[in-house]
Design a protein around this ligand. Sequence first.
Ligand code: DGI
Ligand code: FE
Ligand code: FE
Length: 188
Amino acid sequence: MEREEALKLVKEQLTDHRYQHTLGVMETAIALAKQYGGNEQKAELAAIFHDYAKFRPKDEMKEIITGQGFPQDLLEFNSELWHAPAGAYLVEKEAGISDREVLEAIRYHTSGRPGMTLLDKIIYLADYIEPGRHFPGVEEVRNMAKENLDKALIKAIQNTIMFLLKKNQTIYPDTFYTYNDLIKKLED
Ligand code: DGI
Ligand code: FE
Ligand code: FE
């Protein structure tokens, strides 16, 4: 699918603020793919659609998770996690995206997963460091991303876990599994 067509489809689903975020993720993901030898077309597509389901009603996302064989434990954790798997499903069904790697990068863009692919990493990190993000620590991760993709990704996950801890929020176990997996591989 061409960029313009994809952007048109996603614009209809998002607020203007979230659409601007999506454009930032797209530019950042393409740059990271260039830098780290990833597939630029797939990075562009996954970035454009990563937050496709962000504004779907909770009931609809819940139904998708129940009905489409996604891990049911997602429903016991923050509903903010749901738009990632629900998005992967809806992007295939409604936008006709069939590339498994792209759909998986969308599915895992919030929690990550053990054994993240290069594309998963690019999307997770681009989502975190796109130019519209202004939270504490983001500049450090941006700088790290210029040097080492995995180290930058670990920092982003650490920051996310700390942020959730400070807010007394639950943390989805896959977020820890992702973190542990990346740390172990770094030590190898
Ligand atoms: O959709 P975005 O805002 O662009 O970013 P995102 O999809 O990475 O994250 C959405 C929200 O999900 C964010 O506010 C933090 C939250 N989140 C990320 N990991 C976890 C989490 N919430 C819980 N409860 N547990 C997690 O592991
Ligand atoms: Fe998201
Ligand atoms: Fe996002």
